[in-house]
Design a protein around this ligand. Structure first.
Ligand SMILES: [Zn+2]
Length: 275
């Protein structure tokens, strides 16, 4: 579906979990070249649907695949697309190892690295690349300055707030990234899942305040003597479905790790206490 001239949204494949929208893939097409942002799941049917879409648009040929972050629902489809089109893949160096070892199972390498600061000219459409660590350490964001449009992959979603996992994300970096993205003053966000977000700066402000609120809640709960993760989850979030409970526990562990790193909380034998 073409959302504005040269900006296509491709939605194929399953929901990561019930009620959560499937990953968005964006095809950006200028007068000289086209480029794909993210690649969806590693799935034969999804891949065929994507290839059909790419073949059928009346735009210039595909010149590259940008893997905005390493998660399976975004980088999973890259290798099939690379093999089918022959175009190079790009990612941030901090997500490279996981993409090559886990997503590609060591069978392929990423050809280009994007550090942030690059400008890619598609002809009448410029991509400005930003390093946006937090959701993963190698997450990227891309701004189209002519359109004041910001592509955020999972850093900002079209639904709910994103999950930062302790194993590959960082909440302090995420908070700094949100402020950096807000300061770009985009009008519209094209997120990794869900519909586009109008009034981008306000939405990012809401996310910043939401994170601060959750952190204050967490500090207050630990201060009341609630010291274990499952108890903290229950105190802060109450009744949840098993899948959401699992994600919330990851979120709380990431929040506690931030507080431990900042010297506000101590972890000893599985129990958290305020310093
Ligand atoms: Zn993700």
């Amino acid at each position: 579906m073409e959302l504005q001239p040269g900006v296509h949204q491709l939605i194929h494949g399953k929901e990561p979990f019930a009620g959560f929208p499937p990953p968005n893939v964006f095809l950006l097409s200028g007068t000289k070249a086209s480029i794909l942002l993210d690649t969806g799941w590693d799935d034969e049917n999804d891949h065929e649907a994507r290839m059909d879409y790419i073949r059928n648009i009346k735009g210039p040929p595909l010149a590259g695949l940008i893997l905005m972050h390493q998660h399976l629902d975004h980088a999973g489809g890259a290798l099939r697309l690379h093999r089918a089109t022959g175009v190079p893949m790009s990612c941030h160096p901090m997500d490279r190892e996981r993409i090559e070892k886990v997503r590609f199972k060591g069978e392929a390498e990423v050809q280009n690295l994007l550090y942030g600061g690059e400008r890619i000219d598609l002809g009448g459409l410029t991509l400005e690349v930003f390093h946006a660590p937090g959701h993963t350490m190698g997450s990227l964001a891309i701004l189209l300055p002519e359109r004041r449009a910001l592509f955020t992959t999972d850093t900002v979603l079209g639904v709910t707030s994103t999950v930062i996992r302790p194993e590959d994300g960082d909440l302090a970096k995420y908070a700094a990234t949100l402020e950096m993205l807000r300061d770009l003053e985009a009008d519209v966000i094209y997120p990794g899942h869900g519909p586009l977000v109008e009034d981008a700066s306000r939405r990012i402000d809401v996310l910043i305040r939401h994170r601060q609120y959750r952190e204050e809640q967490l500090i207050a709960a630990v201060g009341k003597g609630i010291s274990r993760v499952p108890d903290l989850r229950r105190a802060l979030y109450g009744e949840q479905s098993p899948k959401i409970e699992e994600l919330t526990i990851l979120q709380i562990r990431t929040g506690l790790r931030k507080l431990v790193e900042e010297g506000m909380v101590i972890l000893a034998e599985g129990e958290y206490t305020l310093v």
